[in-house]
Design a protein around this ligand. Structure first.
Ligand code: CFM
Length: 545
């Protein structure tokens, strides 16, 4: 059935795309290419996710090292981070994501402007790189006197068998005042950067969180997990939280410091922005320290308001709740003034989003606020729970790749386990509709007959552009120019191109304006791809056609 935004029959489109593949691949992709249907409020079709990309396919994915060093730890300014590996790994994970930070004073420690690496050469690949790593740590200590050093493993480190953990232990004995820890996040671990998130969560949990029991000042203290300050998002969230009277104890890891990490277990609540990258840490902190967690989302003005209300309701303080309402009213007035005008122009336009493991969901809300509809969305590396909701976790099949990443056994801390709410209180909150420890996933929020595509590749993206002709595509740098050459505007949702923030209320205003500008720009339609004037450059995808 055609709907008001597109005449494309999603099932026919799916068949057309899969028809190009060899039979075995088509069978697999058919499970990762789903036409949405929501039944009984939250029952959605099953999707195949977090499995290996078929060799030869141009995937949008990144590697485990990227997920660990680039994503989870990268935005922390005062943990000195050494990439143990060839120089390219360190260089390409250095600031391309546009994670920002704001040291307290100009003199405060900030390692972000540096890309530190052991710069492995052929010699070390043959004879081992541990000596060079130790020398790098000596040099780093002499130059920077950091409180903490993280060592990040790249593919060759695993292949040649360097033991970064043994080096970390040895160097910690040499420098007892410095916390030195290594990550086994070799790029090939797991099937995507998602594996690196898990490796990072585990190490941060065992070697960092809980080292200092001093709480920050502030009455309503909570942590934000999975917010990485891309384009200044964290600054906007901090502004709004402060206005409400909330204290963000630590953010993992946008605009963060090591001191905030080590005392994060003293906060009373963990909120999760990006479920995919950091849900492990929230679960482990709840088990060990008794800190409850729930999902929030500061992408979208409405979602921001909802998240603030939920946090205020958790603390349950009358003054806080009133102040939060006041802030929301003030901020929404500014947002609505811009939104109405832009919505009138953008209403009915379509978008397709293909981003990592959470933004393809979060940004649909921002688009909806200006009347734009998501016709297709997908993740590069999310798991079934990010699509279908956490209720499917018990049914997720563990395979050789996912077994590769250690699941830590976590016990209650003997002295510091302190439930912030009693079991009865938590049960009552849940009975009152207050979702704890939950994430309902992306598909439930998407319309009937929209497309959900896991680990999309460039061939499928090109087909989608051709058939759906969305008004704008949101993805990453690997997709950007392919899309623009087809005359379609493209917004990078990883790095935000050159902009931001897009979170919170001011972020929403920035985003509306940017999308309005992009979807109404004529320039993209004026570009001619090289093959349009030189047909000999054109090519088609191989296999059976
Ligand atoms: Fe989480 Fe992220 Fe994302 Fe992610 Fe990423 Fe990112 Fe992303 Mo790029 S942590 S899953 S590994 S929200 S770097 S800030 S934009 S793919 S959708």
């Amino acid at each position: 059935m055609a709907d008001q935004y597109t005449d494309v029959d999603p099932n026919a489109f799916k068949d057309e795309v899969l028809a190009k593949y060899p039979a075995k691949l088509a069978k697999k992709r058919a499970k990762q290419f789903v036409v949405n249907k929501v039944e009984d409020g939250d029952q959605v079709p099953e999707i195949l996710a977090n499995t290996r990309t078929t060799p030869g396919i141009l995937t949008m994915r990144g590697c485990s090292y990227a997920g660990c060093k680039g994503v989870v730890l990268g935005p922390t300014r005062d943990v000195l981070q050494i990439t143990h590996g060839p120089i390219g790994c360190g260089f390409y994970s250095w600031l391309t994501r546009r994670n920002q930070t704001r040291p307290e004073t100009p003199e405060s420690v900030n390692f972000m402007p540096y890309a530190m690496s052991t710069d492995l050469q052929e010699d070390e690949i043959i004879f081992g790189g541990e000596k060079k790593l130790k020398a790098a740590i000596d040099e780093a200590v002499a130059l920077f006197h950091p409180k903490a050093i993280g060592i990040f493993s790249t593919c060759p480190v695993g292949l040649i068998g360097d033991d970064v953990h043994a080096v970390a232990r040895e160097m910690e004995e040499k420098y007892p005042d410095i916390n030195i820890f290594g990550f086994s996040c070799e790029g090939y671990k797991g099937v995507s950067q998602s594996a690196g998130h898990h490796v990072a969560n585990n190490k941060v949990f065992t070697d960092v969180v809980g080292l200092d029991d001093t709480p920050k000042k502030g009455k309503f203290r909570f942590n934000i997990l999975g917010e990485y300050n891309i384009g200044g998002d964290a600054f906007e969230i901090e502004r709004v939280a402060e206005k409400c009277g909330l204290t963000i104890h630590s953010t993992f890891s946008g605009n963060s410091t090591y001191e905030e990490f080590i005392s994060a277990h003293t906060a009373d609540l963990n909120t999760i922005m990006c479920h995919r990258s950091i849900n492990y840490l929230a679960e482990m902190m709840e088990k060990k320290f008794g800190i409850p967690w729930f999902k929030i989302n500061f992408i979208g003005a409405e979602s921001s308001a909802k998240s603030l209300r939920k946090i205020a309701a958790f603390f349950g303080d009358k003054g806080l709740i009133e102040q939060t309402e006041k802030v929301i009213e003030e901020e929404m007035a500014k947002v609505n003034a811009v939104r109405e005008e832009i919505k009138a122009r953008c209403q009915g336009k379509t978008v397709a989003l293909f981003v990592g493991g959470s933004r393809a969901h979060h940004y649909q809300e921002l688009f909806a606020e200006i009347g734009m509809r998501t016709v297709a969305a997908g993740y590069e590396f999310a798991h079934r729970d990010d699509y279908e909701g956490r209720k499917v976790i018990p049914d997720i099949v563990v395979d050789a790749d996912s077994r590769n990443i250690e699941e830590l056994k976590v016990e209650k801390d003997a002295t510091r386990y302190k439930p912030r709410r009693t079991d009865e209180e938590l049960a009552k909150m849940e009975a009152d509709g207050f979702a704890l420890r939950d994430y309902e996933g992306m598909m439930k929020d998407m319309d009937e007959k929209t497309l959900i595509i896991d680990d999309m590749n460039h061939y499928e993206l090109e087909k989608l552009l051709e058939v759906y002709k969305p008004d704008i595509i949101c993805a990453g740098i690997k997709e950007k120019y392919v899309v623009q050459k087809q005359g379609i505007p493209m917004k990078q949702l990883h790095s935000y191109d050159y902009m931001g923030p897009f979170a919170g209320f001011e972020g929403a205003i920035n985003f509306y304006k940017e999308i309005d500008r992009l979807v109404h720009s004529k320039v993209f339609k004026m570009t001619k791809a090289p093959w349009e004037s030189s047909p000999e450059l054109s090519a088609s995808y191989g296999w059976n056609g």
